[in-house]
Design a protein around this ligand. Structure first.
Ligand code: ZN
Length: 107
């Protein structure tokens, strides 16, 4: 839909583009981006005055929405660095899969 500028379900060309999906802040006025994921990680700090954990927010979402049928495509933006950090955690809840072929391009 993003590249064709046409809904793949109903063929409509009437589309909404939400460049950054946001949600209301639970604590009050304002909005926050809807992050791809948010997880606490250990910082390695052991002294009492330093935080033992830190919150990692991975990127945000862009959404392309068909104005006729509502079909939606989601795109994760600005998330790769934070996701790589979370995937490197000893017990990760994020996994990276590289399905591209490796080795020499010629056989
Ligand atoms: Zn549609």
């Amino acid at each position: 839909m993003k590249t064709s500028r046409q809904c793949p379900k109903c063929q409509s060309r009437k589309l909404w583009v939400v460049h950054k999906v946001e949600q209301p802040r639970p604590e009050g006025w304002g909005t926050n981006p809807l992050h791809v994921t948010s997880q606490y990680v250990l910082t390695g700090n052991t002294d009492v005055v330093s935080a033992a954990t830190a919150l990692v927010n991975a990127g945000f979402f862009e959404a392309w929405i068909c104005a006729v049928c509502g079909f939606t495509e989601w795109y994760a933006r600005d998330a790769n660095n934070a996701l790589a950090q979370l995937a490197a955690h000893p017990s990760p809840r994020v996994q990276y899969i590289d399905g591209e072929t490796s080795g020499t391009p010629y056989r």
